[in-house]
Design a protein around this ligand. Sequence first.
Ligand code: NAD
Length: 293
Amino acid sequence: MKVVVTGANGFVGLHTVRGLLDAGYNVLAIDITDSELKARFKGDKRCEITTTNILDENLKKIIKKEDKVLHLAAIARFDQAKRNPQRAVKVNIEGTLNIIKACIEKKAERLVYSSTGSVYSHDAPIPIREDAKRESDSIYGLTKKQAEEWIFLYGENLPYIILRYGYIYGKDKDWGAVGAFLKRLKQGKRPLIFGGKQTNDFIYIKDIVQANLLALETEHTRQAYNIGSGRATSIKDVCELCIDAMGSNLTMEIKPARAFDFPVFVYDISKAQTLLNFEPKWNLSKGIKDILK
Ligand SMILES: NC(=O)c1ccc[n+]([C@@H]2O[C@H](COP(=O)([O-])OP(=O)(O)OC[C@H]3O[C@@H](n4cnc5c(N)ncnc54)[C@H](O)[C@@H]3O)[C@@H](O)[C@H]2O)c1
């Protein structure tokens, strides 16, 4: 069984390729850059690496009948999408459309799409369910939501699973909450937080890999799933956990809150628990310690 992974050289991609190989899959890893893929997987015959842009027409030659496609490639950061909205539209929307069309033409077995909580409206009832209003006020969220719409539109011809990841943290991600806190602490600098009271649904990368693998096998296709811990944790508490785990005596530096952060964000994950058999295994404290190991 072959899984085509786009964006395989990225944070989620590298962890997922490892998880797929460990679970016995063959992988075709696609990315515009391949340095980390080569460093980690070159020589493993079960992992083919190809340097390809998802906007390339050639994609149709790469995807084969009955392949399972896990589409992770994206302009995946708010600041990058804001700096270059045209690029975000091209990669996140047109790139996804290119993948959808290639999957349909080549009769791929399914498409698993990595979406985000940023597609939801800031006034979505808490905990957020999959049927909550989707109305993004960020460029990144807007492009990810539009990619979802294209998948829904073509969904009759292509079994799909949309995974709306929560706030992912883990090894190799040295930015954002957790990643940036640990990086600054390691440098002997005080971690910076913006606001601090706002909560998010933090999910460890190993749980995300588990969700990706489940989505590749589930019978419950043509569905969107929230993939998180189902717990709300404030940024301040996350920062405290990082300080504790590092055994540091530094204190956090608090800056004003940013408009694009949800004041409270937490998922209802019961749909993923029931239909996907998804069960998060890592809480924040365990996850942070695992990163530091
Ligand atoms: N990291 C998170 O917290 C998070 C949360 C929710 C959703 N997601 C989604 O998960 C997916 C993976 O995120 P990530 O954190 O690994 O991002 P990342 O930026 O680390 O990885 C994205 C990868 O896509 C590749 N890429 C970009 N444009 C490409 C193109 N035109 N053709 C081929 N490859 C291209 C990049 O080179 C990069 O390796 C994204 O779709 C993102 O929107 C991530």
